[in-house]
Design a protein around this ligand. Structure first.
Ligand code: FAD
Length: 438
């Protein structure tokens, strides 16, 4: 059995693994990245990143390779309340201090490009395909057992980085418990030359059973994603298609009739902590929420940069890895809490069908259409530029207050007004309680 020694072993070569390897190597650490076998074309996963993620990739020298591979610019989102609604635009340019644009690219292309870009960089070795089979932690580091072809290699390291995705086995082995939500399914198709109303923007189409997400993923291709129940088939019903404007709706229907979708089983997951002794958990292994918030890639890249900064900050001190992990854990807790609160709140507000959520949705669109400050603040939170839970709860309460006007605009029938108002008050109080308890 061959033996090998490095500062850090990164387990997983997805977005969080490649960016973690790049960030750690940039700080002078010797990194081994093991990837079991990159996802194939059938995998449906993150493609549209918010500007803070693009900025971090840029700083790591990883944005240009993505652009060269064909990543498309993204300037923000347009939210349509029905097939004939021209849409409400939330643009990244409105967020002060943020970038005005970001990028989107096919997921398989993105991960392949990032892995190719880090391979061969000073300080990084990539083993792919190579599966980490076992990790044994001790007081000074860990022994990592890697299966590479027919060989088993033992690697000695000071730090293990679990970038294995949601089903991280090392996280489980380290005794880190997780909370999961009920699973659902996403169906995705690529629509050749799909006619999006605003190319260059992510589109959210409301008015169907769930929000539909669409954006340009290549010069001549539009990605569309639908959420369905786990036991629903993969055929697109009229109800699912109904929120789409023409001619896009017919284009989607035609592709869906002839091509099988890419699918993903999706659930929210929140681990109780993000570190163990000599272990850092990054990216989806460290938690994920509904894809509508498009916050996964932002977290992958933030984790990479924060972990490397923590390792750098404690270098030369007593127990540097232990201190770095404590710093990383502290730094991640707040942003993850905000993400875990904002994600479900956004999904409910956009597609929930109870009277109180109809009022909240009314408030959201009124807030966005009447208040530039509202758009700026919402976009700051949604793009992960702002992380503060107090800000999020403050925004929620403001939107709820705007929503009350829906009573006079006939958003809910008169007989449902008392229960809608009570529900709105209950939801807002719940958000405030969550903030107080955090
Ligand atoms: C349908 C859907 C849509 C989404 N849309 C968006 C979006 O628009 N924007 C956004 O920001 N995010 C989005 N996300 C989230 C985003 O996809 C994830 O946050 C991101 O891909 C997570 O990357 P990761 O590297 O942490 O994990 P993964 O992508 O799961 O990568 C983990 C890697 O680890 C490897 N691995 C696992 N175990 C081992 C082992 N033992 N040894 C070696 N290798 C191993 C796997 O092969 C895999 O390549 C979406 C997710 C879904 C499901």
């Amino acid at each position: 059995m061959a033996h090998f020694k490095v500062d850090c072993v990164v387990v997983g070569g997805g977005i969080s693994g490649t960016t973690s390897a790049a960030a750690l190597a940039q700080e002078g650490f010797q990194v081994l990245l093991c990837e079991a076998g990159l996802p194939n074309d059938k995998r449906l996963a993150g493609e549209l990143m918010h500007p803070p993620a693009a900025a971090r990739l840029d700083a790591l020298g990883l944005l240009e390779p993505l652009k060269a591979a064909g990543a498309m610019p993204v300037y923000g989102f347009v939210i349509h309340r029905g097939p004939d609604d021209p849409g409400t635009m939330l643009s990244y340019a409105e967020v002060p201090g943020g970038r005005a644009s970001s990028v989107a690219a096919d997921h398989a292309l993105m991960t392949r490009t990032l892995l190719d870009a880090v391979e061969g960089r000073p300080g990084i070795q990539v083993w792919s395909p190579a599966r980490v089979m076992d990790v044994r932690f001790d007081a000074d580091g860990a022994d990592v057992e890697v299966r590479r072809g027919d060989d088993t290699v033992m690697v000695r390291t000071r730090l293990v980085v679990s970038a294995e995705g949601r089903e991280s086995k090392i996280r489980t082995r380290a005794g880190i418990e997780v909370q999961r939500t009920e699973p659902f399914r996403m169906l995705g198709w690529r629509i050749p030359n799909g006619s999006l109303p605003y190319p260059g923007f992510g589109h959210v189409f409301l008015g169907g059973p769930s929000a539909v997400l669409a954006y340009q993923v290549a010069r001549d291709q539009v990605r569309i994603m639908f959420e369905v129940e786990m036991d629903e088939g993969t055929e697109l019903s009229d109800a699912l298609l109904a929120p789409l404007p023409q001619p896009f709706r017919d284009q989607v229907a035609a592709v869906a009739r002839t091509e099988r979708p890419q699918t993903a089983r999706v659930y929210g997951l929140i681990p109780q902590r993000f570190t163990g002794s000599k272990l850092a958990v990054v990216g989806d292994a460290g938690g994920c929420v509904h894809p509508l918030s498009a916050s996964g890639i932002a977290f992958c890249t933030a984790d990479a940069v924060d972990l490397a900064a923590s390792m750098k900050a404690t270098r030369g001190r007593r127990d540097p890895v232990g201190r770095a992990l404590a710093r990383y854990e502290r730094g991640r807790r707040g942003p993850m809490r905000t993400r875990a609160t904002l994600g479900p709140a956004l999904v409910e507000a956009l597609s929930g069908d109870s009277p109180d959520l109809a009022l909240l949705r009314h408030g959201l669109f009124r807030y966005w259409s009447e208040s530039p400050r509202g758009r700026r603040r919402s976009m700051g939170l949604l793009s992960t530029h702002d992380h503060g839970l107090p800000r999020m709860v403050q925004e929620y309460a403001t939107v709820a207050a705007y929503g009350i006007s829906g009573i006079f605009d006939g958003v809910v029938p008169a007989r449902e007004v008392p229960s809608a108002l009570a529900g709105l008050a209950r939801r807002t109080a719940g958000q405030v309680r969550a903030w107080r308890q955090s």
